[in-house]
Design a binder for this molecule. Structure first.
Ligand SMILES: Nc1nc2c(c(=O)[nH]1)N=C([C@H](O)[C@H](O)COP(=O)(O)OP(=O)(O)OP(=O)(O)O)CN2
Ligand SMILES: [Zn+2]
Length: 115
């Protein structure tokens, strides 16, 4: 078995509870997020194009959205984005093992691992 993965970019806005009352992160602002899914699969069996298409569809409700207002998203954090995508992708991809969300400009990444 191997891990195969595909990545999509989403643009989203949020406001966060981080920092003090005058912290700029409490105002609505936008970011680019890289969302990646890993699937355990036999080499050459699963279609990476289909994985990317399904990942795009799973992430679509978040793209150009205000994360704080997305139904089913537990919050505006990177972890919440990873869980949202993982929950939508897992039924389509039983071999799904990880979903990560990265903010490369900050060097931040979170990973939801699935059994
Ligand atoms: N466990 C988590 N901790 C933090 C998260 C998170 O998602 N999970 N997120 C943040 C903030 O988003 C982080 O401080 C970045 O702040 P933000 O305003 O989103 O981005 P910046 O303005 O700093 O970066 P730019 O790329 O310049 O917009 C903190 N902790
Ligand atoms: Zn932010």
């Amino acid at each position: 078995m191997m891990l195969i993965s595909a990545q999509v970019n989403i643009e989203a806005a949020h406001f966060t509870p981080f920092g003090g009352e005058d912290d700029a992160r409490r105002q609505i602002h936008g970011h680019s997020y890289l969302v990646r899914a890993w699937v355990e699969a036999e080499p050459g069996v699963e279609d990476l194009d289909r994985l990317r298409e399904d990942l795009t569809a799973a992430s679509l409700p978040l793209d150009h959205a205000l994360l704080n207002e997305v139904e089913g998203l537990s919050g505006p954090s990177m972890e919440a984005v990873a869980d949202f995508v993982a929950q939508r992708l897992a039924p389509l991809w039983p071999g799904l093992r990880k979903v990560s969300v990265a903010r490369p400009t900050l060097g931040y990444e979170v990973i939801r691992e699935l059994a």
